[in-house]
Design a protein around this ligand. Structure first.
Ligand code: ADP
Ligand code: MG
Ligand code: MG
Length: 254
């Protein structure tokens, strides 16, 4: 079972001019099998939430807690958080020149499981995971994210998700830059992962488009470092019609 609990999370980003408060008290509980969509305007702090939970050094948690199955993640280093079962698909995946996709996946799997995967089954697992993402087998020889198209980066992130099979996944704008075919393939990957029934998914997005393929259990509206509204999937439809304007105005007047 995988329950992710975010409690009164306050986060500063470290900038050249000093600390800048971004998250101003985020509360969220994701129960096993649930998909929570976090939707909000640009600059509202969605990626900051993802980075802070994953342990990025530029994002400093000033108060609050994040637990995964009762384990306090904020006390752990980045790699320890991953071993505890947390996965982050970044909005802008980083290039790792000289490291092939195959090596990268194997190293990540070994680090998380504490032992190397069995060679024979692993090679097949990687090949079928790539094929499910409609990536050619030759893709595994390429350097991670180097020269990848936007779609290839996101397909590679979901390949990782399926192979590493973490307890909890935070997917930051996994839909950005995808054409409709890639969006379907990526969504199917997320749905397969979630369909195991005991995984926690946080789906950060700017647009409602991906929610036609991935049905969220709950939708949260995120403005100015806080959740300002929540509802079921019908809230996403409302947002599509109205946008974030009324929420942004209300937050500015608060
Ligand atoms: P979103 O993902 O919702 O678009 P972000 O979390 O990326 O929002 O950004 C929230 C705010 O924090 C923005 O004002 C952004 O400029 C600022 N911010 C985020 N990361 C940094 C950084 N590394 N340095 C300076 N400012 C940052
Ligand atoms: Mg943004
Ligand atoms: Mg972002």
């Amino acid at each position: 079972m995988s329950t992710l609990v975010i409690s009164d999370l306050h986060v500063d980003v470290l900038t050249e001019e000093g600390n800048k408060p971004i998250l101003k008290g985020v509360n969220l509980t994701i129960n096993p099998g649930e998909i929570h969509a976090i939707m909000g305007p640009n600059g509202s702090g969605k990626s900051t939430l993802a980075y802070a939970i994953a342990g990025h050094p530029k994002y400093v948690i000033t108060s609050g807690s994040v637990t995964l199955d009762g384990v306090e993640l904020t006390d752990l280093k980045v790699d320890e958080r991953a071993r505890a079962g947390l996965f982050l698909a970044m909005q802008y995946p980083v290039e790792v020149p000289g490291v092939s996709v195959a090596n990268f996946l194997r190293t990540a799997k070994t680090a998380i499981d504490g032992q190397a995967p069995k060679v024979r089954t692993w090679v097949k697992d990687v090949e079928s995971a790539l094929n499910r993402m409609q990536l050619d087998s030759s893709f595994s020889a390429r350097s991670v994210n180097e020269g990848f198209s936007g779609g290839e980066k996101k397909r590679h992130e979901i390949t990782q998700l399926e192979l590493l099979n973490p307890k909890a996944a935070i997917l930051d704008e996994t839909d950005s830059g995808l054409d409709i075919d890639a969006l379907k393939v990526v969504s199917e990957g997320v749905n397969r992962y979630s369909a195991q029934g005991d995984r926690a998914v946080v789906l950060i997005t700017h647009y409602t488009r991906i929610l036609r393929y991935i049905e969220p259990t709950f939708v949260h509206v995120f403005v100015d470092g806080r959740i300002v509204d929540e509802g079921g999937k019908e809230l996403a439809e409302k947002l599509e019609a109205t946008g974030y304007e009324e929420y942004v105005k209300a937050a500015a007047n608060a």
